[in-house]
Write a protein that binds this ligand. Structure first.
Ligand SMILES: [Fe+2]
Ligand SMILES: [Fe+2]
Length: 420
């Protein structure tokens, strides 16, 4: 009796250790090795192995072995009949001697006999064969008792669950890799579509060729300067590329009018933010604010913009960014009735209008980006590429930007003070 109690305590201790090993170890091989070690120790077995079953290859692959020698097969094939029998048997030890009618035991009988494999335990969890245990004779030479078999079953269940977990993880990893690949592909497609749209919009307006693409790039620079994340910055670029998408529905002759358009034509043109919003709203954008940028990119902080005459805080932030990028491009490119304005004049204009049309911190961010490039703080040549080297290297531009940054900073401070 005392001996039995001792055995039970020992076996339960091993079982608790096994549960812990299964729960703790991320390393599957290590878990299986520990499991085999614990079973051998608990029952007193010299030789044994744990194998994992592959449903696709219909084979058992040894994941851990103890005392099986080099000539024991590492992979064991299981036929459809064998699998059926194992499933009927369930997670319970089969006496190898009594199972010789099954093709599996006929095929590997020699190897089993050579190592005195006595028990074979199919690891079946929820009607699925996940692996198997091979156990040699007990060190004492005694036959396995029904008590031993119960302990083996309990431990077998733990190992089966560990294998099921491992299979699940492998499947999850495979699916998440597949998802990542699909997502990347989708992102590329989205980007390419956005660029194609921007080009289509710009095609319609022959005088402002490349406008949308440039606005996208300026918006990207601003977002970067504001410290936005990579994804948000990408979103700002998209918002810029698509801000004038509504112009696709405006008559070409109004867009391309080589004169100042009249009130009626102007009203027609001014519908483009609302139309753009309607077009973009129907699309699921990775960056949700893209439609807002189209709708509100002609709003001004002082409420004198369109279509809704919103005031500062009512205007979505992304629209403020695109508004600045848009205005900057309009000032720095030749129009049919107006030549591009010199850089110094543009900086002066943006400074003067900061707080009226433009958000001061956005103008500051934009100027900072320009100044960083001019002073060589960054290797980027984005402004030079977009505006031309000569334009950017106009005399006195860098000091002027420094003064403007100072002025805007002070102005912003005064405004905050007057609000409080
Ligand atoms: Fe516009
Ligand atoms: Fe525009």
């Amino acid at each position: 009796m005392a001996d039995d109690t001792h055995k039970i305590i020992h076996a339960f201790g091993a079982l608790a250790d096994l549960g812990q090993a299964v729960a703790d170890k991320n390393d599957f091989q290590e878990t299986v090795r520990t499991s085999l070690h614990l079973i051998s120790g608990a029952i007193g077995i010299m030789r044994g192995g744990v194998a994992r079953y592959s449903r696709f290859g219909h084979e058992l692959t040894l994941a851990a072995a103890r005392g099986l020698g080099d000539d024991f097969p590492l992979c064991l094939n299981i036929g459809a009949d064998d699998e059926k029998q194992f499933l009927i048997n369930g997670l319970y030890p089969l006496e190898v001697d009594q199972a010789k009618t099954l093709p599996f035991f006929q095929r590997y009988g020699v190897s089993f006999d050579a190592r005195n494999i006595t028990l074979f335990v199919p690891l079946i969890i929820r009607d699925e064969l996940l692996g198997a245990l091979f156990l040699g004779e007990k060190a004492t030479g005694e036959p396995y008792s029904s008590y031993d078999k119960e302990v083996i079953c309990s431990m077998g269940r733990h190992i089966g669950v560990a294998i099921a977990q491992r299979n699940l993880m492998a499947e999850l990893e495979r699916r998440s890799a597949e998802n990542r690949r699909l997502y990347d592909e989708l992102k590329l497609t989205y980007k390419a579509t956005v660029r194609a749209f921007a080009t289509a919009i710009d095609c319609k307006d022959k005088y402002t060729e490349g406008h949308s693409v440039r606005v996208g790039k300026f918006a990207e620079i601003i977002a970067g300067e504001l410290g936005w994340s990579e994804e948000e910055t990408e979103g700002a670029a998209v918002a810029g590329y698509l801000h004038d998408v509504g112009k696709l529905t405006v008559e070409r002759k109004i867009i391309n009018a080589p004169y100042r358009i009249n009130a009626k034509e102007s009203a027609e043109l001014n519908k483009h933010p609302t139309v753009g919003y309607q077009i973009l709203q129907a699309i699921n954008h990775p960056f949700a604010a893209v439609p807002d940028a189209a709708k509100y990119h002609h709003e001004r902080l002082d409420g004198r913009g369109y279509p809704d005459g919103l005031y500062d805080r009512e205007i979505p932030y992304i629209a403020k960014i695109v508004n600045l990028a848009d205005s900057f491009d309009a000032m720095t490119t030749d129009r049919p009735y107006k030549r591009r304005r010199p850089a110094n004049e543009v900086v002066e204009d943006l400074t003067r209008n900061s707080g009226k049309q433009f958000a001061p911190e956005i103008v500051s961010a934009f100027f900072r980006g320009m100044l960083n490039e001019l002073s060589g703080d960054t290797k980027d040549k984005r402004f030079r590429r977009l505006l031309g080297r000569e334009y950017m290297e106009a005399e006195g531009l860098a000091p002027m930007l420094r003064i403007a940054l100072n002025e805007i900073g002070t102005g912003a401070a005064i405004r905050v003070m007057s609000l409080s």
